[in-house]
Write a protein that binds this ligand. Structure first.
Ligand SMILES: Nc1ncnc2c1ncn2[C@@H]1O[C@H](COP(=O)(O)OP(=O)(O)O)[C@@H](O)[C@H]1O
Ligand SMILES: [Mg+2]
Length: 375
């Protein structure tokens, strides 16, 4: 099988550059692209790597491929992650991962949150600012966090993004509007644990064990959540940016299952395909909140959260890449749209470590939002 591996590579912005320091953070390193290519080859694929730039349409017309493995960010724009899936759909080339609509919705965090709210999936209270003059919604309570609405990899998110009064809020909203040329998403800051849940599809949806990221050991770095510095320099002992990863998360079984169900529902309501990773904060009172859904999660074999989760589930990196391909191929065979309602009310929750049996459970389509049952 001939597989086009479509990516956008990180570039060195150089010291003279006018570009913000986090400009290329979402793009993939050569190591990640190489690792995916190696895994595809080990699975028996003939791999043709190609950059997602303006030459891609012509390249796709001149190279016959059976499948595209898509990890491309696309060209900088408000719908960049949709570029490649839309092009592949236009050309009728089957591809891994979500289609253009789910990519665009998930990139827009506020739109995602509107859908989550409509579906009864808990997400922090929020407001979108298009100017610094907008009054703060009286229902929002400090501390708040101010983020660019359409970025990933914690771009634009620093410890200063957490604001405790109106003056700080105004300053951070201005920084986002000015520095990232897009609206600022202001959310209530959820104090509690950091969790992320990987979902894989193949006929039915499987939630992998929850990954908990504990920042307690990073205290003297000044960082205490998954900020840009924390992600960019993760593991840097000198800077003290050494979070501890627990997979499965240290949670009671009932809370684990509920959070996994929320991740599956989030994947489904956004119409994601094959793979997604949903980020959560678990408030100290035990209520989980979805922060965002990532249909294009990082796939660095060592550093990215999804491959860590796969390891926690007892899957090798090669098996993870194989699972994504298998799901895409089965969709292509079925001619099923990713968002099409499927016959499966059942899904799989894998809630313990390697070697454990997974459980098929049925969950009511819209369980009411509730606390996760923690003490
Ligand atoms: N409302 C919030 N409450 C607490 N922490 C938050 C909140 N929003 C974001 N964060 C922190 O910032 C990190 C990055 O935010 P997220 O919305 O997931 O954006 P990104 O797409 O850049 O990953 C989160 O993983 C979390 O640590
Ligand atoms: Mg995130």
């Amino acid at each position: 099988m001939r597989v086009a591996l479509i990516y956008n590579l990180k570039r060195d912005i150089g010291t003279e550059s006018q570009l913000p320091v986090d400009y290329f953070s979402e793009y993939d390193s050569p190591k990640t692209v190489q690792s995916i290519a190696d895994a595809l080859r080990a699975n028996g694929c003939d791999v043709l790597p190609v950059e997602a730039d303006a030459h891609l349409p012509q390249w796709l017309r001149t190279h016959r491929v059976d499948l595209a493995f898509n990890v491309a960010e696309g060209a900088p724009s408000e719908n960049r992650e949709s570029h490649v899936p839309a092009l592949l759909s236009l050309l009728g080339i089957p591809h891994t991962g979500s289609g253009a609509l789910a990519m665009a919705l998930a990139l827009d965090k506020a739109k995602t949150k509107q859908i989550l709210r409509y579906e009864g999936i808990p997400t922090p209270a929020f407001q979108v600012f298009r100017s610094t003059a907008e009054p703060l919604d009286a229902r929002l309570h400090f501390p708040l966090i101010v983020k660019p609405n359409r970025e990933g990899s914690a771009k634009g998110i620093t410890v200063d993004s957490v604001v405790r009064d109106r003056a700080q809020l105004r300053r951070q909203v201005h920084l986002v509007l000015d520095g990232y040329r897009q609206e600022a998403l202001v959310e209530e800051f959820i104090s509690g644990r950091e969790l992320t849940v990987g979902v894989l599809a193949n006929g039915h949806l499987t939630a992998l064990p929850i990954l908990e990221i504990d920042f307690a050991g990073c205290e003297h770095s000044g960082e205490y959540f998954y900020s840009w510095r924390m992600k960019e320099y993760q593991g840097n002992v000198e800077l003290g940016l050494v979070p501890t990863f627990h997979c499965p998360a240290r949670l009671p079984q009932e809370a684990t299952r509920y959070i996994q169900e929320l991740a599956i529902r989030a994947h489904r309501v956004l119409g994601c395909a094959d793979i997604s990773r949903t980020d959560f904060r678990l408030r100290d009172d035990g209520t989980p909140f979805v922060l965002e859904v990532n249909p294009l999660p990082g796939l660095d074999p060592e550093e990215s959260n999804f491959p860590m989760i796969a390891r926690g589930a007892g899957m090798s990196y090669q098996e993870l890449i194989h699972a994504i391909v298998a799901s895409a191929l089965s969709r292509a065979r079925d001619h099923r749209s990713p968002a099409a309602p499927s016959s499966h009310a059942a899904w799989t929750l894998i809630d313990v470590g390697p070697g454990s049996a997974s459980t098929e459970v049925s969950v009511a389509p819209e369980p009411a939002a509730r606390a996760a049952g923690l003490p």
